[in-house]
Design a protein around this ligand. Structure first.
Ligand SMILES: Nc1ncnc2c1ncn2[C@@H]1O[C@H](COP(=O)(O)OP(=O)(O)OP(=O)(O)O)[C@@H](O)[C@H]1O
Ligand SMILES: [Mg+2]
Length: 478
C-alpha cells in the first residue's frame, strides 16, 4: 500500500490537533461559563432569601401574618420566583405566596435570626426556646424561596450552542489556513520531483520557479544551479567529443590528402603544358572538343585541390574591425552578378547601419559564399534566398535560408564534416571550411530544415576583439 504523503500527514495531524484543542477548550469554556452563570443565579435568590428573612423578623416576633403575607407577595413579584414561604420556629407556615411559572424548580432557605444589636429583639430571646433542648434560640423561623431555573437553563443552552458553533467555525478556519500552509510547503517539493523527472526524461532546459518561501526558494535555486552546472558540463563534454571526432578525422584525412594533393599537382602541370601544345593547332576540330574536356577537368581538379589545401592548412586569419553588415551586402551583390545565381531572388533584411565587428573579411566572405552557393544549388536555378542580419550589442547574427530541396534528414548532423556531399561534382569541403572559419572567429553555426521545404543556416559571432584574440589561426583555443 502506498504510504501517505507529507501533505496528507500534515493535514491529518493538523486536523487532529486542531479538533482536539478546539473540543477541549470548548468543553472547559462551556463548563466554566455554566458554573459561573448558575452560581450567580443561585446567589441572587440566596440574597433575596436573606433579605426576606431580615424583614420577616418583626412579623414573626409579633405574629403579624398579614404583614408577612405582604412581604411574601412583594417577593413573588421578582422574576423567576415561583413560591415564597415563611415559617416560625415550630415549622408552622405563617405566610405563603405562589405563582405558576415553568419548571424545573430549585429551593433556597434562610433562617430568620434575632438581631443581636437590637434591644427589642434581645428582649424576645427567651420567648423562643429550642424545640430539642429548651434553651433559648436566636433563630426564630425561616423563609423558603422556590424559584424556576427554566430561563437560566434556556439561556445557558443558547450560549452553549453558540459557543460550540464559534469553536467549530474557528477550527474549520484554522484547518483551511493549515491546508494552504501545508500545500505551499509541499508544492515546491512536488514540483521539484516533477521537474527532476522531466529533466531526466530529456527536457534539459526546464528550471524551477523559485517561489517566495525562503527555504523552498533556496532549494529551488540550488536545484537550478545544479541543473545549470550539469548542462554546462554536458555541453562541454559534447563539444569536446565533437572536437575530438573532428580532430581524428582531420588527422586521418590530412595524412592521405596531403600526399594525394601533391601527387595530383604534378600531373596537372604536365596536362597543362600538353594542353598548351594542343592549343597551338586549333585547326583540327577534334582537338578543340578534347581541349574543352581537358580544360574543364583541370579546372575541377584545381579547385578541388585549392579547396582542400585551404581547408587542410587554413590561412591565418587577419582580424580587423569591419562593417559586418556591409561585408554581407557585398557578398550578396557579388553573387547576384554571377551567372550561377540563375533565376534566384534575394530577400531579407540587412540593416543599413554599420555593425562594426572584429573579423577577417576575406575568410568570412568565402565562408558566406559557400553557404550561398549551396543555397543556389539547392534551388536548382529557381527560388528565393533570404538573408537577414541582426546587430546586437556584443553579437552579430546572420540567417541564410532558402526554399530549395532541403537537406536529407540523415545528413543534417553531418554536413559540417569534410567530404560529406550528395552532389556528383561536390567535394563536401564547402561547409567544413565555413565551420572552420566561424570557429576561428569564436562563433557558432547551425542548420535546420525549413517547413515546407528548404534549409536555414544560423551564424553568430562575437563582435568584441578580446574573445577572438584567444583563438589561434586554426580556431583552436590556446
Ligand atoms: N542549402 C542547402 N540545401 C540543401 N542541401 C544542402 C544545402 N547546403 C548544403 N547542403 C548539403 O550539404 C552537403 C555538403 O555541402 P558542402 O558545401 O560542404 O559540400 P558540397 O556543396 O557538396 O560540395 P562543395 O565542396 O563543392 O561545396 C551538400 O552536398 C548538400 O547535400
Ligand atoms: Mg557547397
Amino acid at each position: 500500500m502506498k504510504s501517505p504523503g507529507i501533505h496528507a500527514r500534515l493535514l491529518v495531524t493538523g486536523f487532529l490537533v486542531i479538533s482536539l484543542t478546539a473540543f477541549t477548550l470548548g468543553t472547559i469554556g462551556v463548563k466554566m461559563f455554566h458554573d459561573f452563570a448558575q452560581n450567580r443565579f443561585a446567589e441572587r435568590f440566596e440574597f433575596l432569601a436573606r433579605y426576606l428573612a431580615l424583614n420577616s423578623e418583626l412579623g414573626i416576633l409579633i405574629d403579624q401574618r398579614s404583614m408577612l403575607n405582604q412581604l411574601a407577595n412583594n417577593l413573588l413579584a421578582e422574576e423567576d420566583v415561583a413560591r415564597v414561604l415563611i415559617f416560625n420556629n415550630a415549622d408552622e407556615t405563617l405566610a405563603e405566596a405562589s405563582k405558576l411559572i415553568p419548571r424545573p424548580y430549585a429551593t433556597v432557605e434562610a433562617p430568620v435570626r434575632l438581631k443581636a444589636s437590637s434591644e427589642e429583639s434581645q428582649a424576645f430571646l427567651w420567648v423562643f426556646p429550642s424545640p430539642l433542648t429548651g434553651e433559648p434560640l436566636d433563630i426564630i423561623g425561616k423563609v423558603r424561596i422556590i424559584y424556576s431555573t427554566s430561563q437560566i437553563n434556556r439561556l445557558l443552552k443558547t450560549i452553549t450552542v453558540r459557543y460550540l458553533w464559534f469553536t467549530a467555525g474557528l477550527a474549520a478556519l484554522c484547518l483551511v489556513i493549515f491546508f494552504f500552509i501545508s500545500r505551499s510547503l509541499v508544492f515546491p517539493l512536488t514540483r521539484l520531483a516533477q521537474t527532476a523527472r522531466k529533466v531526466g526524461a530529456g527536457e534539459l532546459q526546464l528550471r524551477m520557479m523559485p517561489g517566495n518561501i525562503p527555504e523552498t526558494r533556496e532549494v529551488s535555486l540550488a536545484f537550478n544551479a545544479m541543473l545549470d552546472s550539469l548542462e554546462r558540463g554536458r555541453k562541454a563534454v559534447e563539444k569536446a567529443n565533437q572536437e575530438m571526432a573532428r580532430q581524428n578525422l582531420l588527422a586521418e584525412m590530412g595524412k592521405f590528402s596531403m600526399m594525394i594533393a601533391h601527387e595530383i599537382k604534378n600531373p596537372l602541370g604536365i596536362i597543362k603544358s600538353s594542353f598548351d601544345l594542343l592549343k597551338k593547332d586549333p585547326a583540327d576540330p577534334s582537338n578543340s572538343i578534347l581541349i574543352g574536356y581537358i580544360e574543364e577537368e583541370i579546372q575541377r581538379i584545381n579547385s578541388l585541390i585549392e579547396d582542400f589545401l585551404s581547408f587542410a592548412k587554413p590561412a591565418k586569419p587577419s582580424f580587423r574591425v569591419v562593417d559586418a553588415n556591409g561585408m554581407l551586402r557585398d557578398c550578396i551583390d557579388r553573387f547576384c552578378r554571377m551567372d550561377t545565381a540563375g533565376d534566384i531572388e534575394f530577400k531579407g533584411h540587412i540593416p543599413e547601419i554599420s555593425c562594426l565587428s572584429y573579423l577577417d573579411p576575406d575568410l568570412f566572405r568565402r565562408a558566406i559564399d559557400n553557404i550561398l552557393k549551396n543555397a543556389v544549388e539547392a534551388c536548382r536555378g529557381f527560388g528565393v534566398i533570404f538573408v537577414d542580419a541582426v546587430c546586437m550589442e556584443d553579437t552579430w547574427r546572420v540567417d541564410i535560408a532558402d526554399d530549395g530541396c532541403g537537406i536529407q534528414e540523415n545528413m543534417v548532423s553531418k554536413i559540417f564534416n569534410p567530404f560529406v556531399t550528395t552532389r556528383a561534382k561536390g567535394t563536401g569541403l564547402g561547409l567544413a571550411y565555413t565551420a572552420q572559419v566561424i570557429s576561428a572567429h569564436s562563433g557558432t553555426i547551425s542548420v535546420e530544415n525549413r517547413n515546407p521545404t528548404g534549409a536555414r543556416f544560423k551564424i553568430e559571432i562575437p563582435r568584441e576583439p578580446k574573445m577572438i584574440d584567444l583563438f589561434d589561426a586554426d580556431g583552436v583555443k590556446e
